[in-house]
Design a protein around this ligand. Structure first.
Ligand SMILES: Cc1cc2nc3c(=O)[nH]c(=O)nc-3n(C[C@H](O)[C@H](O)[C@H](O)COP(=O)(O)OP(=O)(O)OC[C@H]3O[C@@H](n4cnc5c(N)ncnc54)[C@H](O)[C@@H]3O)c2cc1C
Length: 335
C-alpha cells in the first residue's frame, strides 16, 4: 500500500467559477515520486460534504446529501484520481504537481464532494490536500503512441490536463536537444476563451517551433471577440475533427439518422444550434489531414465522454488508431 501524505496548495488560478489550475507541494519537503506526462495521482480532502445513494421513484439510483440524525450534513474524506498537468521537468525543478480541475455538478445540481471541497480552499488558511504517494496510469506517449509518426491529441475541457503535461515536456526535451521526428497536433476545446487553460503557453510552444507541434484551440460558445481572433477556432472538439476529415457535424449525422422518426424536430434544432466548426485562420483541413496519414497516426483523447465516443467514431471511420483516457471507467474506490 502506498503511503498517504499531505501537501499544501501553493498556487490557485481560477479560470472561471468552475475551472481551476492549482499546484500542490509536499508538506514534509520530500519530493513527489517520478512520473511521466499523462499519469495521475489520488488526491483527498477530509472535509467533503458526503452524499448517499438512494433509489428514486423512477427506480433509478441517485446521490443525495447524507444527513445525520440532527439533519446536519455529514462530512468526511473523499479520494479521487487526478491527471497531472505539470510536466515532469517542472516538478523536478520546482517540486510541485499541477492539476486542472472542474467543479463537478451532479445530476440534481449538487456539487461534487471532493471538487466542492477543493474549490473552498483558501491559501494560507485551509490549503491542505492529502495524496497517495504513488503516481500511476498508462496514458503516456511511450505506452499509447508507440510507433506512431503522427500523434493527434484531442483534449476537451479538463481533458487537456495530460496533454498540457506532454506538450510542455516535449518542448523542454527539444530545448535540450532531445527530439524525434514525430508530428504532434493538439486539438483543445472548451466553451469560452477564458476557459482555454494553458492557451498562451501552448501558443508560445507552437511559435517556438522546437519540435513539430501544431496547436488547434477552439471555443464552442464564441463571443464576437473570439470570432475575430485569427488564432482561435470555433466548434466542439469532435466537430472540428470531423471538419478536418471532411465529415458532417455529429448533429447533422444524427439528424439524418432520425429522418422519418419522432425525434426529427429535436435533431433539426440541435443542428441549428451547433456552432459551425472553423479552424484558426493559419490552418486548413487539407494541411492538418496531410499531417495525419491514417496508417502512421494515433488519435489520443481525454475529456467529455460523449465527445470521446464521437472521436472514436471519427478515428474508426478514417482507419486511424484510437486511444483514450477514460476517467469514468477507472474511478478509484471512494471513501
Ligand atoms: C485517472 C483519472 C484522472 C482524472 N483526472 C481529472 C482531472 O485532471 N481533472 C478533473 O477535473 N477530473 C479528473 N478526474 C475525475 C475525478 O477523479 C473526479 O471523479 C471528479 O473530480 C468528481 O469528483 P467529486 O468528488 O467532486 O464528485 P462526486 O461527488 O464523486 O460526484 C461525481 C459523480 O459520482 C456520483 N456520486 C456522487 N456521490 C457518490 C457517492 N457517495 N458514491 C458513489 N458515487 C457518487 C454521481 O453520479 C456524481 O455525478 C479524473 C478521474 C480519473 C479516474
Amino acid at each position: 500500500m502506498a503511503e498517504r501524505k499531505t501537501g499544501s496548495v501553493v498556487h490557485w488560478q481560477q479560470l472561471s467559477p468552475v475551472l481551476s489550475i492549482f499546484r500542490l507541494m509536499p508538506e514534509d519537503g520530500s519530493p513527489f515520486p517520478d512520473y511521466k506526462a499523462g499519469q495521475y495521482i489520488a488526491l483527498r480532502r477530509e472535509d467533503c460534504r458526503l452524499t448517499k445513494r438512494v433509489i428514486g421513484e423512477d427506480g433509478k439510483p441517485r446521490y443525495v446529501p447524507d444527513l445525520d440524525e440532527a439533519r446536519n450534513r455529514k462530512v468526511g474524506p473523499v479520494t479521487h484520481s487526478y491527471s497531472i498537468s505539470s510536466a515532469p521537468f517542472e516538478t523536478a525543478r520546482e517540486r510541485y504537481l499541477e492539476f486542472y480541475v472542474v467543479l463537478e455538478e451532479g445530476e440534481s445540481g449538487e456539487p461534487g464532494r471532493l471538487t466542492e471541497s477543493l474549490f473552498r480552499i483558501h491559501r494560507g488558511e485551509d490549503d491542505r490536500v492529502g495524496y497517495v504517494n504513488r503516481i500511476a496510469g498508462d496514458f503516456t506517449l511511450d505506452k499509447r503512441a508507440a510507433g506512431a509518426k503522427s500523434v493527434v491529441m484531442v483534449g476537451t475541457g479538463t481533458g487537456l490536463a495530460p496533454f498540457a503535461g506532454m506538450a510542455k515536456q516535449l518542448d523542454h526535451e527539444a530545448r535540450e536537444g532531445r527530439r524525434d521526428d514525430t508530428r504532434y497536433t493538439l486539438f483543445h476545446a472548451n466553451r469560452t476563451r477564458a476557459e482555454l487553460a494553458y492557451h498562451e503557453e501552448l501558443v508560445a510552444i507552437e511559435a517556438a517551433g522546437r519540435f513539430d507541434f501544431v496547436y488547434v484551440p477552439s471555443v464552442s460558445r464564441p463571443g464576437a471577440q473570439d470570432r475575430e481572433d485569427p488564432r482561435l477556432g470555433t466548434g466542439r472538439g469532435n466537430n472540428l475533427l470531423r471538419h478536418v476529415f471532411g465529415m458532417p457535424l455529429k448533429e447533422e449525422e444524427e439528424a439524418r439518422r432520425a429522418e422519418g422518426g419522432p425525434d426529427v424536430a429535436r435533431m433539426a434544432a440541435a443542428v441549428e444550434k451547433a456552432v459551425k466548426p472553423a479552424l484558426p485562420r493559419h490552418l486548413t483541413p487539407e494541411g492538418l489531414r496531410a499531417r495525419c496519414v491514417p496508417e502512421e497516426s494515433v488519435i489520443l483523447t481525454c475529456g467529455n465522454p460523449s465527445s470521446m465516443a464521437d472521436i472514436k467514431f471519427i478515428a474508426e471511420a478514417n482507419h486511424i488508431r484510437y486511444e483514450k483516457e477514460d476517467w469514468k471507467l477507472v474511478l478509484p474506490a471512494r471513501s
